[in-house]
Design a protein around this ligand. Structure first.
Ligand code: GLY
Length: 262
């Protein structure tokens, strides 16, 4: 089984983010080569993106309409576990909190309760500076990894689309919308969360893959963008199957980078 990584830096932003994204992919591939699991590699790569102020996630999360910075993150694994957090304040790396939920009886936490739980688990509590909203909707960061055992993990994180109120929930923490992982493949979405959620995009794309209509994974991504998403919304997808490289496709510009073992 060849190990593989694919990551995106949001739908809408331009290729100037490519090198920042490549850094996260390099971290994930090095971890995999030193024996890390898909989950570990996906989380550490996602942390790199959360710590990079260029991206709308973690440190670079955009302000909500009231000036607050509230962060969402999720992780799902091919052995059927999931963890997600919604609207977390004062948490520069919400993906680490989501990862800690993987082995808990609860899957998801939101708002102040998520922060209380994170305090109990010793997660860093620190004001996240954030930054003003951007033009256009972009975005999210996402990383999908396949390790040497063939296990897959998908980690996503966001400050939420720009120009949204503080209670708003986008696609990133919603299983089936912003991400979906099963034993056969992993899919992550980015872009306008409302559009992605209405379409249940990641789940429906993964269900379509391997059908007579979409024999290849890239066909399934194209089907999803063409049939489930309005032309007016900026949306992108990345995916990894049981074999082969990670792929990305978008109806707009979307920086993405990938690695596959030699
Ligand atoms: N795709 C990020 C969001 O809608 O919050």
């Amino acid at each position: 089984m060849k190990m593989a990584v694919v990551a995106h830096g949001g739908a809408g932003p331009g290729p100037e983010r490519q090198k920042n994204l490549q850094r996260a992919v390099d971290v994930a591939s090095k971890l995999l080569l030193s024996g890390a699991s898909a989950t570990e590699a996906a989380v550490e790569a996602c942390v790199i993106l959360e710590d990079d102020p260029v991206f709308n996630a973690g440190t670079g999360g955009v302000f909500r309409n009231d000036g607050s910075v509230l962060l969402d993150a999720s992780i799902q694994t091919s052995d059927g576990r999931v963890g997600f957090v919604i609207a977390m304040s004062d948490t520069p790396n919400p993906i680490r909190v989501a990862k800690d939920l993987l082995d808990e009886p609860i899957n998801g936490l939101t708002g102040p309760g998520a922060r209380v739980w994170a305090d109990h688990r010793g997660h860093t509590k620190e004001k996240v500076e954030g930054r003003p909203p951007m033009e256009g909707d972009g975005d999210t960061v996402g990383v999908i990894v396949r390790d040497s055992s063939g296990s897959m993990a998908c980690a996503t994180s966001t400050g939420g689309c720009s120009h949204r109120p503080p209670g708003r929930v986008g696609d990133v923490p919603l299983p089936g919308s912003g991400f979906w992982v099963n034993e056969a493949l992993a899919v992550a979405a980015t872009g306008e969360g409302e559009e992605i959620t209405r379409a249940l995009l990641s789940f429906r794309v993964s269900s379509k893959a391997g059908s007579p209509e979409c024999t290849s994974l890239i066909d399934a991504l194209k089907w999803g963008l063409d049939n489930l998403i309005s032309d007016k919304a900026s949306v992108g997808l990345i995916a990894i199957g049981r074999e082969g490289p990670g792929i990305g496709l978008s109806n707009t510009v979307m920086p993405w980078a990938s690695w596959i073992e030699d």
